[in-house]
Design a protein around this ligand. Sequence first.
Ligand SMILES: NC(=O)c1ccc[n+]([C@@H]2O[C@H](COP(=O)([O-])OP(=O)(O)OC[C@H]3O[C@@H](n4cnc5c(N)ncnc54)[C@H](O)[C@@H]3O)[C@@H](O)[C@H]2O)c1
Length: 255
Amino acid sequence: MSGLLAGKRLLVTGVITDASIAFSVAKLAQENGAQVVLTGFGRLSLVERIAKRLPEPAPVIELDVTNTEHLAGLADKVREHVDGLDGVVHSIGFAPQSCLGGGFLDAPWEDVATAVHVSTYSYKSLAVAALPLMSPGGAVVGLTFDATKAWPVYDWMGVAKAGLESASRYLAMHLGKQGIRSNLVSAGPLRTMAAKSIPGFEQFEDAWTERAPLGWSLTDQEPAARACLALLSDWFPATTGEIVHVDGGYHALGA
Ligand SMILES: NC(=O)c1ccc[n+]([C@@H]2O[C@H](COP(=O)([O-])OP(=O)(O)OC[C@H]3O[C@@H](n4cnc5c(N)ncnc54)[C@H](O)[C@@H]3O)[C@@H](O)[C@H]2O)c1
């Protein structure tokens, strides 16, 4: 087996369509020698159908990251397919509609709590659930959208992402002793199902299309996926708690 991830065993969450960032990660990972196990949320038959479009059909395990039974049983279910894990990809985000699109001042705590549970706390939950299968050299990688700034319509999802960025640094601190890294990829806007659920998302699309120094494709998930692969590989052995921007350089600009 050859490729950047030759022989690595990965757990990839977050596939729901073939536009999902996670789908690109799974596809590229297989093309680069990895064995991939997927998790799916809710519409499992849909995820299973999408999984068949990968170069190698991948098994799908049901996982709602807010479900403690699913989390407790995850390691055993993964063990049915692989004998350990070298990498875990968290590609999960959700916020109720009240939390997005300009409703920042009115969103009720219950909705904000859901956004933070699914999009922030779950990063830790997933890592801990997978930990019994991991060993030194392992990596956890997640996806963020630059949370150092307040964006027009991102609202509480932005707050959840700020929490995710912090959670990744804390995970890096707590898992460092076990030789496990935690890093995030900060991607520019991509037309996925999650993105389409954000009212006013086209504002991001226009801004990136006009201003990203390297230019930006709204439909090419591969650059973000490539960065995930690099962070999962052995080529960032001393990097943890880091955020790698894959946004055409947009974050480097001033107002
Ligand atoms: N699309 C973008 O513009 C963009 C930019 C930067 C970061 N991201 C991040 O990338 C990640 C992947 O999103 P995407 O854009 O590929 O969209 P997507 O809609 O394809 O993926 C989101 C995934 O989250 C899963 N999910 C939601 N609630 C869940 C739960 N309770 N348990 C388990 N899974 C759950 C969905 O099933 C789906 O597979 C998210 O963290 C998102 O915030 C997206």
